[in-house]
Design a binder for this molecule. Sequence first.
Ligand code: ASP
Length: 301
Amino acid sequence: MKHLIDAKELSPEYVERLIASAEDIISAPGSYSDRCRGRILATLFYEPSTRTRLSFESAMLGLGGQTLGFSSADSSSASKGESVADTIRMVSCYADICAMRHPKEGSALVASMHSGIPVINAGDGGHQHPTQTLTDLMTIHSVKKKLDGLSVGLCGDLRFGRTVHSLIHALSKHKNNSFILVSPDELKIPDYLREEMIKGGVRFTETEDLKQSIKEMDVIYMTRVQKERFFNEEDYVRLKDSYILNRQKLSQAKKDLAVMHPLPRVNEISTEVDDDPRSVYFDQARYGRFVRMALILDLLS
Ligand code: ASP
């Protein structure tokens, strides 16, 4: 049985195939509208979500399938103390595939070990978010026409930002990419990831200076400081506005920079940047539906 748990599973060939499939769906949606007739997607969301859950549901509906699920832990038996392992055993009887978001790192992996249906990790704590990476890669591919040879800046909460960890894993598999990691000291990438990057020969630099480093970037990926992962409010308040990308900072950047953000944004990108032709964060949200359609089709095949 196929699952998608970790962005390390996203080989360049697999990504290329999913993007091609998503592009085909965009160009001829009608020919896909019956492909999942009679199939059910369960969305098990123990943590808040807007884009991921709705785009998964919209993806399944667009394929002619149906959806069921819950959108908070309170409305599931988790509130009674049921384990993920037991829940997924039940859900395997009611659905053909599931997308799961959970605050605990590793929970999607645990679910996949007890599941009778494909499990898609829709975010496990501060660890991974591989389907966000698929939509990120599709966006980069659409503007840069390639996924290699890029200088990619990641800025903000690199410690808890799961989309950052997944994107680094996936882009590291493509040739000649390098990373500029911009964050305050307390929000640097986790040690395990830094060690993996060094071991894998991935080129990267770490800095606190966005103003200078933005000049070198082909892509900038801004991220929200992940309030829900902080132990105390004070630290969050102190760090939350560490970086705000505005028109003035962008004036120093390359003319063909791609400005990305997994959303939701709080203050990380000033709204005055929304009209800049380099801003592609709403495209990321749009592609999410199609690339998830491609993924569902692949995992159910
Ligand atoms: N939506 C993304 C996530 O679920 C990014 C974020 O919440 O900041 O990880």
